[in-house]
Design a protein around this ligand. Structure first.
Ligand code: SF4
Length: 358
């Protein structure tokens, strides 16, 4: 495993960094090939009972939400989004909400229905939960670690210590679930902290890491901060790839950061996420994502431009898992889900036409 000193040297020396990126690219191609996944988190609720992480949009909403149940999305819109993901070949990164937004029974019911529509199992990113009673539609759980530096973590996530997250990841492994962690880059960590991260990944046999860039949300202490530099993120991903050749690495981007995608893929990312799907499908931004992927010599497994797929006339993703016992429940509400799908498709078409005019 790389030491703090070695990591610092690579971050300081551009020649060494380029060598690491080259090595990471080779390892990625050897173990995963050229295919690139497009991922998307499906949000379930805007409520979080903790609500005090310093970078988080939900921390700006906590005071505004009087009744947590009213901050939930309707099941119709959740299933509509799952169906759109399936049609265009997009992977559901995870189902996401803040802490305390759902009971385990409620989340199991949602996971079953999403899984039925989407045709695959799903990860849950809903805080620290009891993993012993999850439905078989759940493939794994996510520990939103955010930053591994212990002092920084205490300041930025005062109510969300790392230890219970690590315990949940261990318990998840014990019951046969996969595990994922999320890390936000550019929030005050140092390159040498990667040594701690690598130790955490190894110790907990983590299956997947999602690296996000800082998204400076209004009314947070990061509101005026620039987003994470592309080369800093590339070096982080490349070092992670060469340290863990078989680890699944997802890289977050944003509308203003789409030009980073190519270099992040060359550095070892398997998938990209965190772009506003409904704003970019079918317009120059969606095309930009696909071109970034192809310019890195990779093949996108989903489409952000093919309206036939969006309209369900062809399929990019085959169903791999069918949770038959919720079929009736989903069918009973499918008319309402279809109304939602139609309204999403209409808004995508409107935004696409507007962008093309521009
Ligand atoms: S626990 Fe998660 S959702 Fe809640 S405030 Fe922190 S980052 Fe946001």
């Amino acid at each position: 495993m790389l030491s703090e000193k070695e990591i610092n040297e690579i971050f300081k020396d551009s020649e060494k960094a380029l060598e690491v990126i080259k090595e990471a690219n080779k390892k990625t191609l050897r173990y995963f090939g050229k295919e690139v996944h497009l991922e998307r988190a499906i949000f379930l609720s805007w409520f979080c009972s903790l609500g005090d992480c310093k970078f988080c949009y939900m921390s700006t909403q906590k005071e505004r939400i009087k009744d947590p149940k009213r901050a939930r999305r309707s099941i119709y819109s959740i299933l509509a989004e799952a169906e759109i993901c399936r049609r265009i070949g997009m992977d559901i990164e995870f189902l996401s909400s803040g802490y305390g937004a759902y009971t385990v029974d409620e989340i199991n019911e949602i996971a079953d229905m999403v899984s039925y529509v989407y045709g695959d199992k799903v990860f849950l990113n809903i805080g620290v939960i009891d993993v012993s009673n999850l439905t078989d539609s759940v493939e794994g759980v996510v520990g939103s670690v955010e930053t591994i530096n212990p002092e920084l973590h205490k300041v930025l996530c005062p109510s969300k210590p790392i230890e219970p997250i690590e315990s949940m990841l261990k318990e998840a492994k014990d019951v046969g679930l996969k595990t994922c962690i999320t890390i936000i880059l550019g929030i005050g960590e140092e390159p040498k902290d990667l040594a701690l991260l690598f130790d955490f990944i190894e110790r907990n046999e983590v299956d997947k890491v999602v690296f996000y860039t800082l998204l400076p949300h209004e009314r947070t202490m990061f509101a005026d901060m620039p987003t994470t530099p592309s080369v800093y993120m590339a070096k982080t991903i490349a070092l992670t790839r060469i340290s863990f050749p078989h680890l699944w690495i997802t890289a977050g981007t944003w509308l203003t950061e789409l030009a980073n995608i190519g270099i992040l893929l060359l550095s070892g990312a398997n998938a990209i996420t965190k772009y506003p799907l409904f704003k970019i499908f079918g317009n120059r931004f969606g095309k930009k994502v696909e071109e970034e992927i192809r310019s890195a010599g990779r093949i996108p497994l989903a489409t952000l431009t093919d309206f036939d797929a969006l309209l369900g006339r062809k399929e990019y993703k085959k169903r791999r898992f069918l949770k038959k016992d919720v079929e009736k429940k989903v069918n009973n509400i499918w008319d309402r889900v279809e109304e939602k799908i139609d309204s999403y498709v209409e808004s995508i078409e409107r935004s696409s036409v507007k962008q093309l005019r521009f």
